[in-house]
Design a protein around this ligand. Structure first.
Ligand code: GMT
Length: 377
């Protein structure tokens, strides 16, 4: 089957999910065509069956905003026709679902019918999509997709609460290649970061306000008063400077390392002892799942889809949003006793198996087969 995947090419969760899905499908014999404005970061080489088509938007002075959706829908039309594509799978509703719908309509005009699957990832619904400026267009493109998927039950519920949805939404969670992490293939060179028996707490995000990075620092500060710990802050974004200023004003500069955007997430998680994710909203929490597969227990806020990923008291703890005292208490509980810590590490890994790539992707494959049926004539 030949599938076009439209996604963001960046480090963000939706782009990672779309890219890993495409790469896995290629291994299974599908022909995958990524359409986006830059080669996705997780794709190093284009191999047989794996294509990338760049959406180029030339700047023109008349436009205050360059019309990316137009260029994207035209590119979709070209690629579908040239490669005889069977299916469009768009990740993140804005503006991808809208642009794909336009592409689909243009193709219909030429007698080409193509089904479209839209995968909702989170902020496209909860933060941006439901804004009155976008709501009508997002709702329209969701309702005109043949199939719609959401990455958690919580996101499905949010979508149905915030929009008038007429298409059934199927829940297909984020996934991880558990087999790849079964044995530690990368050497965990913890010594370079944390000397002796110092414990490493990690936070990875895009440092947007909803990630509440100051809560990470406040929680860490309490833990640091009782245990020998170091904090790794991985990623970059609007709240990073504020976070750095917080560390300076609280004399935490030696205990907190800001590593910026990293290509070495596996290496970092390999020597991490605990993961903090105090987000205000998280439709699934792919970063938490990535931590778990590396045997890192997670202390996070009890919001969105996180309770579907973290089993409270087993793979980590779900805490009231913004309650840094409870988060610190739970982090200390896990870390202070090495036997208990070992158990939580094992349980975090065991919990990650529920989201193994093999199991989850079969749900997408089922949808592809279903969506193709009426069009195969
Ligand atoms: O918030 C992020 O980390 C980025 C964002 C995105 O859209 O790329 O992530 C969203 O999609 C991920 C993949 O489905 C989910 O795991 C994240 O929980 C979700 N983020 C939020 O809901 C805030």
């Amino acid at each position: 089957m030949k599938i076009v995947i439209v996604c963001y090419p960046t480090f963000g969760g939706s782009g990672v999910v779309a890219t890993e899905l495409g790469l896995y499908l290629v291994k299974k014999g599908y022909e995958i065509h990524f359409i986006t404005y830059k080669q996705p970061v997780r794709i190093q080489n284009l191999t047989k069956g794996l294509h990338f088509h760049e959406v180029h938007v030339p700047t023109y002075d008349l436009f205050k905003y360059q019309p990316y959706e137009l260029a994207l829908s035209s590119k979709i039309v070209d690629v579908v026709k040239k490669y005889k594509i069977d299916m469009l799978h768009v990740h993140y509703a804005i503006p991808h679902a809208y642009a794909a719908y336009m592409g689909k309509k243009m193709l219909e005009d030429e007698g080409i019918q193509i089904p479209m699957i839209t995968t909702l990832h989170g902020t496209d619904i909860t933060l941006v999509g439901s804004h009155p400026f976008y709501k009508k267009a997002v709702q329209f493109s969701i309702n005109h997709s043949e199939y719609v998927t959401a990455v958690s039950q919580s996101l499905k519920d949010d979508t149905e609460r915030l929009f008038d949805i007429t298409t059934e939404i199927k829940v297909i969670p984020n996934f991880i290649d558990v087999e790849k992490f079964k044995f530690k293939t990368v050497p965990c060179e913890k010594g370079q970061i944390a000397p002796g028996d110092q414990l490493v707490i990690t936070h990875i995000s895009n440092f947007r306000p909803l990630k509440r990075v100051i809560d990470v620092l406040k929680t860490f500060k309490i833990v640091n008063e009782q245990l020998n710990v170091k904090l790794l802050m991985v990623g970059d974004g609007p709240e990073k400077e504020r976070a750095m200023r917080y560390c300076k004003s609280h004399n935490m500069e030696d205990a907190v390392l800001f590593l910026g955007k990293s290509n070495q997430i596996d290496e970092i998680l390999c020597f991490s002892d605990l993961f903090l994710l105090p987000s205000e909203q998280e439709s699934f929490g792919l970063a938490a799942l990535e931590a778990m597969v590396h045997r890192v227990p997670v202390v996070c806020s009890d919001v969105g889809g996180l309770p579907e990923v973290i089993k409270n008291g087993f793979s980590g703890f779900l805490c009231p949003l913004g309650d840094v005292n409870v988060m610190a208490e739970k982090a200390i509980y896990i870390l202070e006793d090495s036997e208990r810590h070992k158990l939580f590490k094992h349980q975090a890994y065991e919990s990650s198996k529920k989201f193994d790539i093999e199991k989850v992707i079969s749900h997408y494959e089922y949808l592809y087969r279903e969506a193709k049926k009426p069009y195969s004539g």
